[in-house]
Design a protein around this ligand. Structure first.
Ligand SMILES: [Zn+2]
Ligand SMILES: [Zn+2]
Length: 214
């Protein structure tokens, strides 16, 4: 290396060592270099310490970020859960409302059905009433045109309805006059004096009953 050779020759001419040691300028340079080295060492240590500190800070920040992240995850999870719960409760509320609507509808329909049935029953009762009234009237009519003694229908001739003194009505055939000319009402047991068969013919005829026979 030509430069190194040149430098070496220059150094050799300017700072050649003496018996006492290196020249003062060389000593000074050495001290300066030593000092610079010390400074550099100190700087290096300082840098190392700072690097360590930075590393520590970095770790602290990383830990903090980790904690923050975990916290965020937890909060997010909690929020998600809450959102889900809210959604579920809303869904439940919706279902419940729908159920209530269904029940209301069922109640309405049932009420209508009950009203219909009740109306039917009322109509039925009315019909039955009028029917039973009709039956009663018919029964009454049947009783009116039947002789209560022989249980046969009155007619306009032999079994004409004869009105007795007691007010009861029997067919002429049942108005038997006994030997002692006594006629006994079969309905009430009252006895009445009758002259003869002819007088039975003379008993008043229930014309209203005759009219019913037609
Ligand atoms: Zn009779
Ligand atoms: Zn009588």
């Amino acid at each position: 290396m030509p430069r190194a050779t040149t430098k070496a020759s220059k150094d050799g001419s300017d700072d050649h060592p003496t018996a006492a040691g290196p020249s003062s300028s060389s000593q000074h340079r050495f001290e300066t270099l030593e000092k610079e080295l010390e400074d550099l060492k100190a700087q290096k240590e300082k840098n190392t310490a700072e690097a360590k500190k930075i590393e520590q800070n970095k770790k602290l920040i990383e830990d903090a970020v980790k904690i923050e992240k975990k916290l965020y995850e937890r909060i997010k999870m909690e929020n998600d859960k809450q959102a889900l719960r809210l959604h579920e409760s809303e869904e439940n509320e919706r279902k419940l409302k729908s159920k209530i609507r269904d029940k209301d509808e069922l109640i309405r329909v049932t009420k209508e059905q009950i009203e219909d049935v009740s109306q039917d029953i009322k109509t039925e009762i009315c019909l039955n009433k009028s029917h039973s009234g009709f039956n009663d009237a018919q029964k009454l009519l049947q009783n009116l045109i039947i002789c209560t003694v022989c249980n046969t229908n009155f007619d306009k001739s032999d079994k004409a309805p004869a009105t007795l003194q007691c007010g009861h009505i029997a067919c002429k055939a049942c108005c038997n006059v006994k030997e002692n000319k006594i006629l006994i009402c079969q309905s009430c047991g009252k006895s009445m004096e009758i002259e003869d068969e002819q007088s039975v013919e003379a008993l008043p005829i229930g014309q209203a009953i005759i009219n019913l026979l037609d």
